[in-house]
Every structure is written in structure tokens, then in C-alpha cells.
Design a protein around this ligand. Structure first.
Ligand SMILES: [Zn+2]
Length: 261
């Protein structure tokens, strides 16, 4: 079987990878609170497995994933959408009721690491570098876009970033809700314990569980500030179909941008 994992390649194989398809995926995510019912590595596990599955189809190699996510304090407007009063200090998904804290790296440090890693991958000779990102924080997305844009300009090569979750995947997106829970059930069954959530029909309050739909973040809450896309409806089968869709979207974006076309 063809090797995909960068850390297993001998120097001769590495030279071949650079001279051949010359594509490297760098998965990145977070180590972050994902509700009481999920392990904290969801974003990165998703990015890594998406990268490995995409590389099977596109060729190229996959770097070990970076479990580094960045976050910034929430604006009063976002806090009110979620159900807070607006004057709390909340960074990312670290809501006051959470029992453990996330590992949020300062944005400047995150940016320096992304720059350095990009630089080293370009120095190795890759023609296409894909940052596959599993953590949807605005600051993380903005830094990756900016660094990739600047590195592409400066090097004349293709440095790009893709978010490893797509609208249209068949489940409402959000933080630790239906889609992410289903994906994790599929990729890593031992990382999900649905019984940690209260039984239905109790609704899941955003502020109590730090589970929030994208719709709430972007447009606003439902009538009682609860989760719309319920993680308790997740199944591994739904997760499998979401992952399949995500991989297909990634493959298309990577091939479209390929410098070898
Ligand atoms: Zn997540």
C-alpha cells in the first residue's frame, strides 16, 4: 500500500513525493470543549482523517496533525445570541459552566507556527500545500487565509486552506451539535458518550452545555436559546455520509487548484 503519512517516509520516498504529485496536506484543528458528551480532539481528528482520505484519491502525503486552535473573546452581540447577557468574558467555547478548559493558543503564536510550518514545507519543495482546518473559529480561518495568501504570492506556489466541514453535508453545522457528534461517532466511537447529555425531551440550553449551532452564531437564537441540531440524534451512519461528502468536496478543491493541471 502506498504510504501517505509523512512521518513514515524515508528520505528517498520523500524526494519521490516532492518530485511526483508534490502535494502535502497539513491537518490542523483544536483541543477544545465539545460538550459534556465528546472528546476534545474532534476538530483535529476530523481534519486528519479527511486529509488521509483525500490523499488516497489525490495523491500526495499527509503531515501529522497539529492540535493547535486559536480563539478570541466573544463579542457582546454573539454572547447575547447564545443566551448570555453580553457583559461576560467568554473566550471561544469556554463557557462559564464548562468543567474543563480548552487549549486555546494565542492568535499571534498560532500565526507564527502556521507561517513557520508553511515555510518549511515550501523549503522541502512541495508545489501545493493544503492546510486542512477542522476548527471553525473566525480568528483561525482568517489567519490561515492570510498566511496562505501571502505564502502563495511570495513563493509562486499553491498554498491554500480548506475548512473540513461543508454546508450541504446533510446535517446542520455547529459546535458539538448533530454534525460533529455524528462525525466523531463514525471516526472514533469511544470519543462520544451521548448518555452524558440529559434525556429527551429536555432541550439543550446553549449556555449550559456550550453546544451552539452555526445558525445561532451567525443569525440568531431560536425562541428559548437551545440547540436546533440535536447531538442526541447523531448516528455513526450519518457521520459516515458527512465524512464522505466532506472528502469529496476537499478532493474537488485540491484538484481544481493543482499547479500540475
Ligand atoms: Zn468542533
Amino acid at each position: 500500500m502506498k504510504k501517505l503519512r509523512f512521518e513514515t517516509l524515508t528520505p528517498a520516498e520523500l524526494k519521490q513525493a516532492v518530485a511526483g504529485r508534490s502535494l502535502v496536506y497539513q491537518p490542523v484543528g483544536s483541543m477544545e470543549w465539545h460538550g459534556p458528551h465528546m472528546g476534545m480532539g474532534m476538530d483535529t481528528v476530523n481534519a486528519y482523517s479527511t486529509a488521509l482520505a483525500a490523499a488516497e484519491r489525490t495523491g500526495g502525503v499527509v503531515m501529522p496533525p497539529l492540535y493547535i486552535g486559536t480563539e478570541t473573546p466573544r463579542s457582546p452581540e454573539t454572547l447575547r445570541r447564545v443566551g448570555f447577557s453580553g457583559d461576560e468574558r467568554v473566550v471561544g467555547m469556554d463557557f462559564p459552566a464548562n468543567s474543563v478548559k480548552s487549549f486555546y493558543w494565542p492568535p499571534e503564536l498560532f500565526e507564527r507556527i502556521v507561517r513557520q510550518q508553511t515555510q518549511m514545507l515550501l523549503e522541502m519543495g512541495f508545489a501545493q500545500v493544503v492546510w486542512l482546518n477542522g476548527h471553525g473559529a473566525d480568528a483561525q480561518i482568517e489567519i490561515l487565509r492570510r498566511v496562505c495568501g501571502e505564502a502563495s504570492q511570495a513563493s509562486g506556489r499553491c498554498v491554500m486552506t480548506i475548512m473540513a466541514l461543508f454546508e450541504g453535508c446533510g446535517a446542520g453545522l455547529g459546535h458539538a451539535g448533530l454534525a460533529e457528534t455524528a462525525i466523531f461517532m463514525h471516526l472514533c466511537p469511544e470519543a462520544v458518550e451521548l448518555e452524558r447529555l440529559p434525556p429527551k425531551p429536555e432541550k439543550l440550553a446553549n449556555t449550559r452545555f456550550a453546544i451552539v449551532d452555526n445558525e445561532t452564531f451567525q443569525r440568531g437564537p431560536n425562541e428559548d436559546f437551545t440547540v436546533r441540531y440535536d447531538p442526541r440524534d447523531a448516528t455513526a451512519e450519518l457521520g459516515r455520509s458527512i465524512v464522505e461528502y466532506t472528502v469529496a468536496q476537499c478532493v474537488r478543491l485540491v484538484e481544481d487548484a493543482s499547479p500540475l493541471r
